[in-house]
Design a protein around this ligand. Structure first.
Ligand code: ZN
Length: 555
């Protein structure tokens, strides 16, 4: 096999971006940390002292494994179209860029019909050997556990099969360097001995799992709100949830308030599920979706011959919801005659079908919802004041998503799992940067918008891959005005990514330069409230220059 050369690493360096104003470091879409090796050394020491060498080794190996797997994503991304060896050495090159060691390839063979693998590398200046010797002196066994985990995780993810790396020499034992060899797990005679270091199932793992289980049980007992549809732990969400659950045991009519898309129907369903009526029907009606002339027959039913076309008698939603819950969404859209009838049902507990003399008793809990200000509607004469008083006995305001961004990760998790099943896809998760973008977005369409965005994300993300920012389409996401990237000499350089994106956006839009200039000038003048000197400052030009351009355009 020919000597392996590393390709120029500019493509990898450009993935690394420092955004100090935001307190972020990014490696592509992974959030990174610049840690002190000395602090890692302390952590290693503490681990070894508290859980013993074997468990410390296991934890660090798995930690390295997790980093390696994340970096393998980048190989496909940056060098997916290069030769396989150039793509593979993304791992060793990133390991170097991340400051772990200088990696010198010795032998690398992989692929072929049996998807085989053999890799041999030297590590010079391995950080883990260095800190171990500093803490414990020279030892008689290899100690670069996290780094071995990295090599194994990277290669396993790259190859799509479990490749196990082993240190056959380690600088911590007095060797000049560490030497690592990687092969498919089954080709190692001592694989069974090594495998546990990569597996979660161990005493500590089992204990942690047990603790999680107990925690989860406690959680479910303490707050039974983990119904399939309602997810959240923020105080704003919990407050609304608490109000709804207290209403559940009574028959009070509930008015759900909140912006569009906050999940009012889900709250209504949850209220129904928690009530004694849960085995009876839950009927939902969107008042805005029904034409005015149909709404009364839909709600209250119709007797044969009541009007032309009423060929058969039909029960309305109130009758169908008998014993259960009727959810009236967008109740503010009800026409006034229907409002009068609704008020009567609420007062008398009985309905009259259209064209019928008879009244029928109905036992229905009403949950109404609106995203308009009903008080204003009363003033405008489009909503009955007496009906508002009747509905407003127990109002519950559901917070908009932007007021509970802390709930986004849990919502994302549940939604991604749901869409995976729905679309028959496997998704590894969501990138740190995409999650960051989701938290920054203002979500005018609330949970429903998040749902739509994630459904697209699941569809667009590669099979078994991560959902990334580009799969989400949530407007012009740019998390910082100025970023720093790493030059070939290792110095930080300022890059202006968002401006480049702006240029790309203008080009993509197909707008002419003249038209763009015109809108830019207009916007600046508007923003400066017509003050031309201020507008010129916004544009970084003098007032005569601005005058000239405006005049040129009006000619
Ligand atoms: Zn070593």
């Amino acid at each position: 096999m020919a000597t392996i050369h590393y390709p120029e690493s500019a493509d990898l360096r450009s993935l690394l971006r420092f955004a100090p104003e935001d307190g972020h470091i990014w490696m592509a879409e992974n959030r990174m940390l610049l840690l002190h090796a000395g602090a890692m050394s302390e952590l290693r020491k503490e681990l070894i002292a508290s859980v013993g060498q074997q468990q410390a080794r296991r934890i660090l190996t798995r930690m390295g494994f997790a980093s390696g797997m994340r970096d393998a994503e980048l190989a496909r991304k940056t060098r997916g179209t290069s030769g396989p060896a150039d793509a593979f050495v993304v791992g060793p090159q990133l390991h170097m860029l991340e400051g772990c060691a200088r990696v010198e390839p010795v032998r690398l063979e992989f692929g072929g019909p049996d998807n085989g693998f053999y890799g041999e590398f030297l590590w010079h200046n391995a950080w883990e050997a260095e800190v171990h010797v500093q803490a414990f002196g020279e030892v008689d066994h290899p100690v670069c556990w996290m780094m071995i985990g990295y090599a194994s995780g990277y290669t396993s993810a790259f190859m799509g099969r479990f490749i196990l790396f082993k240190e056959v020499e380690c600088a911590a034992t007095g060797c000049e360097h560490c030497r690592i060899v990687g092969k498919p797990a089954e080709e190692w005679p001592d694989a069974d001995e090594l495998r546990p270091y990569f597996e979660a199932d161990s005493i500590v793992g089992r204990l942690l799992e047990l603790r999680d289980e107990i925690e989860a049980m406690r959680h479910t007992i303490a707050c039974p709100r983990r119904t399939a549809d309602l997810i959240g732990n923020s105080s704003a969400f919990l407050h609304a949830y608490d109000l709804v659950s207290r209403a559940a045991s009574t028959n009070v009519s509930v008015l759900l308030l909140g912006e569009t898309g906050v999940g009012k129907e889900r709250f209504a369903r949850t209220l129904h599920e928690m009530s004694a009526r849960k085995d009876e029907p839950f009927i939902a009606v969107n008042c805005a979706a029904l034409p005015d002339e149909l709404i009364e027959s839909e709600l209250f039913g119709v007797e044969r011959g009541a009007f032309t076309g009423a060929h058969a008698s039909r029960a309305g939603k109130f009758e169908r919801a008998h014993g259960g819950t009727l959810f009236l969404d967008e109740v503010g859209e009800l026409p006034l005659p229907a409002q009068a009838k609704l008020l009567r049902v609420l007062q008398e507990g009985e309905i009259e079908r259209l064209g019928d003399e008879r009244t029928r008793k109905v036992n229905v809990r009403l949950v109404a919802a609106t995203n308009v200000d009903l008080q204003k509607a009363v003033h405008a004469g489009t909503f009955r004041r007496d009906l508002l008083y009747r509905l407003n006995v127990y109002p519950v305001t559901i917070p908009p998503l932007r007021e509970r961004t802390g709930d986004i990760p849990a919502l994302v998790d549940a939604m991604v799992r749901r869409f995976e099943t729905l679309h028959g896809k496997r998704i590894a998760g969501i990138s740190d940067k995409a999650m960051h973008a989701l938290k920054l977005h203002a979500w005018p369409g609330n949970v429903r918008e998040l749902e739509n965005v994630l459904e697209r994300g699941v569809i667009l993300a590669p099979q078994n891959g991560l959902i990334e920012v580009e799969h989400l389409f949530i407007g012009n996401f740019s998390d910082t005005a100025q970023q720093h990237s790493l030059s070939a000499q290792g110095a930080l350089e300022v890059t202006r990514q968002p401006e480049q994106d702006l240029v790309a956006a203008v080009l993509d839009s197909g707008v002419s330069l003249e038209a763009f200039e015109q809108s830019l000038l207009q916007r600046a003048v508007e923003q400066a409230n017509g003050n031309l000197a201020a507008a010129a400052r916004l544009l970084g030009m003098t007032r005569p220059q601005l005058n000239y351009r405006i005049k040129k355009q009006s000619d």
